[in-house]
Design a protein around this ligand. Sequence first.
Ligand code: ATP
Ligand code: MG
Length: 554
Amino acid sequence: MDTKNPPVSNFIRAIIVDDVESGRTQQVATRFPPEPNGYLHIGHAKSICLNFEVADEFRGRTNLRFDDTNPVKEDTEYVDSIQEDVRWLGFEWEELRFASDYFEEFYERALLLIRKGLAYIDDSTVEEMRELRGTLTQRGVNSPYRDRSVEQNLDLFARMRAGEFPNGARVLRAKIDMSSPNITLRDPVLYRISHAHHHRTGDAWCIYPMYDFAHPLSDAIEGITHSICTLEFEDHRPLYDWAIEHCEMEARPRQYEFGRLNLTNTVMSKRKLKQLVDEGVVDGWDDPRMPTISGLRRKGFTPGAIVTFCREIGVARAYSVVDEQMLDHFIREDLKLKAPRTMAVVRPLKVVITNYPEGQVEWLEAENNNENEAMGTRQIPFSREIYIEQDDFMENPPAKYFRLFPGNEVRLKHAYFIKCEEVIKNESGEVVELRCTYDVETKSGSGFTGRKVKGTLHWVEASHAVPAEFRHFEPLIASEAEEDGKSFLECINPNSLQVLDGFVEPEMKNAAASDKFQFFRHGYYSVDPKFTSSERPVFNRVVSLKSSFDPSKA
Ligand code: ATP
Ligand code: MG
């Protein structure tokens, strides 16, 4: 058991504790069963944490199983990215499995059902089947093909497998109960024809099992004890149990459902995420605005922050929407003592310090993290020309403005006091440069107590500054807009990405992909692995420094 992270209890863990203590379960076995039709997202992370952690706690095992029964949508790119993401989160699976490994066994079990009179071939069209299925208030009606003989069914099923029929011509259905109040039990489809190339089995098959058939059997084959899934599958549980019982599976896994994770201001279904990628709204599955694991990683999230988030939001049966700022809270906490704190100017305004000797550069000492002394100090240059933030100057400031304005004095972090003496504008009247004077007596760390100033600004010395790009993000989906009956693509926040050009301190030349920093007053940033070049680092803002959001009240 992980002693650093004692288990956070939840109703699923409670069930497992009870099963272990009563001896019903000898060795806990769980699985994480993604469909390789997209990249994993933060919702999957919740499921991953739940499955792996509860098995680890009881020295059990967790398989990673690809639920690859729909060849049309699946791809090895997804198979690879999913493994990478699970590992990156810090979990190691017992065995890597593919539902497609079991195609032959599924087929055998389907034959068994046919022989027992529990499955039949239906030639109805999709529309006819929908018609006969009934509704929540109306019972279904038996298909005219329901009473085919076992021989006929065996023959047709074999010919379906042999490729004699086109897509959609026939299906294999379970013979359960067309009048069941649970629509899932109204003779669900078990197999469909799909003449499609499969990323693992190639062209060996042209019939593919449905999820509701493949899933329980896969769990049973692997000896899974607790099959944890999301709430939409609650109505499918009787079918899950039916398949295991009538297919005469030796192992008896049980299904437990929990509420899926939803986040505000984003979309979480892989179908929609794929649409964002395909339509070029984002620059890939790993775009930092995406709620994917790879997107969060590229933005600068750490596995620790994601795993802690998943633990803390808890596991409940109820449907819930978690404020995305909750995620931000955990990354701030994680980076607070780890990320070096340096200075970056994202919208530069040049300042010339007129009384500072021309050509002189002095090196000042700056601590790397004032909350973590062990991170040491660095030397930063100071000279006659520096950049400050455009936002830190106002020509006609309102009352209580403590930053720079004509005649006012401020402190430069780690350096001196400067006073604004003159404002230089271009032809269109925009401020392009400030002329200031500095007071040599006020050097940081010199113990100067002569007078106080209220504003402290960050800055970067001009001649050593490294040009850098900064990427600031806002939520991908403008809030609540989706509720107005618009499609999610119509609700994309036009300001979700802001690209800024500025400067960072000279030692940032050596920053490597995914290195993380706190830029004084701006927030936490991570070096973008995709757009950073040897000449120019690109920094993704992971999160701003503070928010009014209180996670204890969420
Ligand atoms: P999506 O609807 O996003 O495409 P999915 O359920 O089709 O997701 P799968 O690949 O089938 O995706 O999911 C693998 C596992 O992850 C399943 O057990 C599923 O229940 C779980 N899962 C998927 N989305 C969430 C979520 N938002 N919260 C918690 N668990 C989830
Ligand atoms: Mg699914």
